[in-house]
Ligand binder design. Structure first.
Ligand SMILES: Cc1cc2nc3c(=O)[nH]c(=O)nc-3n(C[C@H](O)[C@H](O)[C@H](O)COP(=O)(O)OP(=O)(O)OC[C@H]3O[C@@H](n4cnc5c(N)ncnc54)[C@H](O)[C@@H]3O)c2cc1C
Length: 464
């Protein structure tokens, strides 16, 4: 890691002249609030928070930081789960929280151009009056910039894709102070290297997104939800593969183990039994297609041994169910108030999902530890939640997660389906990418030769 310079009063004065006095803070409260994300990784504050308000200000801040060798860590909403926005080496915490404008709604093109700090829920609330919405939905009100930087996905990705599938054009500020446009507003693009998708998923290590044009979908009128409960995890995940293979097109296909279903019932009062459960949602253009879809999915689940199946088109009930599903992580955390959570995020091709889940079940038995399973099953993505309190238990979580990651990679999958690499997954990148990781280093060095952009992330080397 290169040696960084300290943030002096002269640097602060220069930041104030770029962004304005009110947009720069060294107050402990501002630094502490942005010293950690929602993961278990330890907090580390920046030395100064800056809230730029234009793309040009972002570029000017980067040019200054690069010339002075000051680390810069971009910050969206801080909801990451792998330590991605923690300013490990101090320096400038570049918060995009005040760049929240909707620049233009291109309703006829099903597109919107936004600044990066807007939350996706806030964006969707504003788009509703145009009858449009942005598809990817991580549970938290993550910022668009943070979602693109992590390539976030979520419950609707099975139908609407991940963040990378829903962006057409971005403006990106580079370490040397250039402000470039990547991509275009055309849905079809084949003009040279795909720089757009180089920056998507780069977690603020290659540049800072200052504007993005996103793809949108019309809000469908007909939505239905279904719940299927199974005696065994194996039956439930087998049903996932069958539903995906049936040609049905779920808008969400989520899995949770019996322990999670019980927690949700107790905490949220939703009508769930103590069984491995599939949560599903369907979006269709008319009522008949919805009825047919719900009936077909019911038959598949019953054939595969569901002990119960319930479908609803009642909007209030559907919202209640999804609210409970979204709250599941917080509910787990609340259940263990004196413990921390180690959260895994592996993904595999859908046909390998049953084998992966079976392996995780075996690990649970072998280690005799509390271990909860929940995931976006329709995408082959699963989160393993492991509570821990002591250093010894933490070391065991790292070991168990390492085994699960290795199994997912061996099954043709990945160490991280949607949370990104951050600090937590860096140790698995060599296994995942082999020599391609060296090419990533080369790209990083080309765009950020002084290593100022979000140092300590993605690449192995930073000791946790
Ligand atoms: C309860 C809960 C549920 C979640 N569920 C899901 C889920 O289902 N699916 C999912 O994918 N994620 C999920 N997440 C994780 C999280 O919401 C996502 O990782 C999200 O993308 C983080 O966005 P953020 O705005 O909070 O970004 P931050 O956490 O602030 O930053 C994320 C990364 O992007 C960088 N960054 C931020 N803004 C920019 C920018 N403008 N330009 C360049 N880099 C930038 C940061 O440096 C950091 O590396 C969940 C989190 C919580 C707390």
């Amino acid at each position: 890691m290169p040696a960084f310079a300290v943030v002096t009063s002269d640097i602060i004065a220069q930041l104030q002249s770029i962004a304005g006095v009110e947009q720069v803070s060294i107050a402990q409260a501002d630094l502490a609030l942005r010293a950690r994300d929602q993961s278990h990784h330890a907090a580390h504050p920046g030395d100064v928070v800056v809230w730029p308000q234009t793309g040009q200000q972002v570029a000017d801040i980067l040019r200054l930081a690069n010339a002075c060798r000051i680390p810069v860590t971009p910050w969206g909403m801080g909801t990451s789960l792998e330590g991605n926005p923690i300013p490990l080496y101090g320096g400038i915490l570049l918060s995009l929280e005040r760049m929240t404008r909707i620049v233009a709604v291109h309703a006829d093109d099903f597109q919107v151009t936004v600044e990066p700090g807007i939350g996706h829920k806030d964006l969707n609330a504003a788009l509703a009056r145009h009858g449009l919405f942005f598809g990817p939905d991580p549970g938290a009100n993550a910022s668009i910039g943070g979602m693109l930087a992590n390539n976030a996905a979520g419950i609707r990705t099975v139908k609407y894709g991940a963040s990378k599938d829903n962006v057409l054009q971005m403006r990106v500020a580079l370490a040397d102070g250039r402000l470039i446009r990547v991509g275009s507003r055309s849905v079809k693009q084949s003009a040279g290297y795909d720089l757009l998708h180089l920056f998507v998923g780069s977690e603020g290590t290659l540049g800072v997104i200052t504007e993005a044009t996103l793809k949108l979908y019309p809000i469908v009128e007909h939505m239905g939800a279904a719940l299927a409960a199974f005696d065994s995890v194996a039956d439930a995940v087998q049903a996932v593969v069958a539903i995906r293979g049936s040609g049905l097109d779920p808008a969400a296909l989520e899995f949770m183990d019996a322990a999670h279903a019980t927690m949700l019932r107790e905490a949220e009062g939703v009508n769930l039994s103590d069984h491995a459960t599939l949560f599903m949602e369907f979006h269709t253009p008319n009522a008949q297609a919805l009825e047919t879809g719900l009936s077909l999915v019911g038959s598949i689940c019953e054939e595969l041994g569901a002990v119960s199946f319930r479908a609803t088109t009642d909007p209030a009930e559907r919202r209640r169910l999804w609210h409970a599903r979204h709250a599941s992580y917080e509910i787990s955390v609340r259940k263990y108030p004196d413990q921390q959570f180690y959260l895994g995020d592996v993904a595999v091709p859908i046909s390998a999902y049953p084998a992966l889940v079976q392996y995780i079940e075996q690990v649970r038995t072998d280690y005799g530890v509390p271990l909860y399973l929940i995931g976006h099953a329709g995408d082959g993505n699963i989160h393993v939640e492991l509570p821990y309190a002591t250093d010894e238990e933490y070391a065991r979580c790292v070991k168990i997660n390492g085994l699960i990651v290795r199994q997912a990679q061996d099954l043709g999958g990945t160490a991280t389906g949607e949370h990104g690499v951050g600090i937590g997954k860096a140790r698995h990148m060599r296994d995942e990418h082999g020599e391609a990781l060296d090419v990533m280093y080369d790209i990083k060095r080309l765009l950020d030769p002084n290593g100022i952009l979000n140092p300590g992330k993605i690449f192995p080397g930073h000791d946790e």
